[in-house]
Ligand binder design. Structure first.
Ligand SMILES: O=C[C@H](O)[C@H](O)[C@H](O)COP(=O)(O)O
Length: 153
């Protein structure tokens, strides 16, 4: 898969470790930074990764900040993006099976490296179940369209 990945200053070392994992697993990595440990604003990074996913330049996105929360707030503003902050194996798995999440958001401050690696692998390999869940995803898309009709800018 083509995977865009980005972090703010809090997630730099976790991002590097996930990039190593992704490469070992044979994925194509699009690293959008941040490229040093100086303070950056998570909305800038989240917007870049999410727009890349929405434009189908990549298949999936991964975002890391202190809590994983700010990244998800921003990512979910982008039509076509379904982002979730996951904390463990089960949330990573369910985000794929039921929600077809295409942007995984992770906390650099609250999760260990081994757990993160496991969650990323689970998230990359778990298929969307479709069926009734596809109907619900379609409702999200319709809702996005209705919102966009009111403010097409
Ligand atoms: O949801 C936001 C993230 O956790 C950020 O990583 C965090 O707010 C950054 O905080 P600070 O500027 O204190 O490093």
């Amino acid at each position: 898969m083509r995977i865009a990945i980005g972090s703010d200053h809090r997630g730099v070392s976790v991002r590097h470790s996930i990039i190593e994992l992704l490469k070992r697993l044979g994925h194509e990595v699009h690293d959008v930074g941040a490229f040093d440990c100086g303070s950056v604003d998570y909305p800038d990074i989240a917007a870049t990764v999410s727009q890349s996913v929405a434009a189908s330049e990549v298949d999936r996105g991964i975002l890391i900040c202190g809590s994983g929360i700010g990244m998800a707030i921003v990512a979910n503003k982008v039509p076509g993006v379904r982002a979730a902050t996951c904390h463990d194996d089960l949330t990573a798995e369910m985000s794929r099976r039921h929600n077809n999440v295409n942007v995984l958001c992770l906390s650099a401050d609250m999760l260990g490296e081994r757990l993160i690696d496991r969650m990323v692998e689970i998230w990359l390999t778990t298929e969307f179940e479709g069926g009734r869940h596809a109907r619900r995803i379609e409702k999200i898309s319709e809702f996005e369209k209705r919102l966009h009709e009111h403010d097409p800018s």
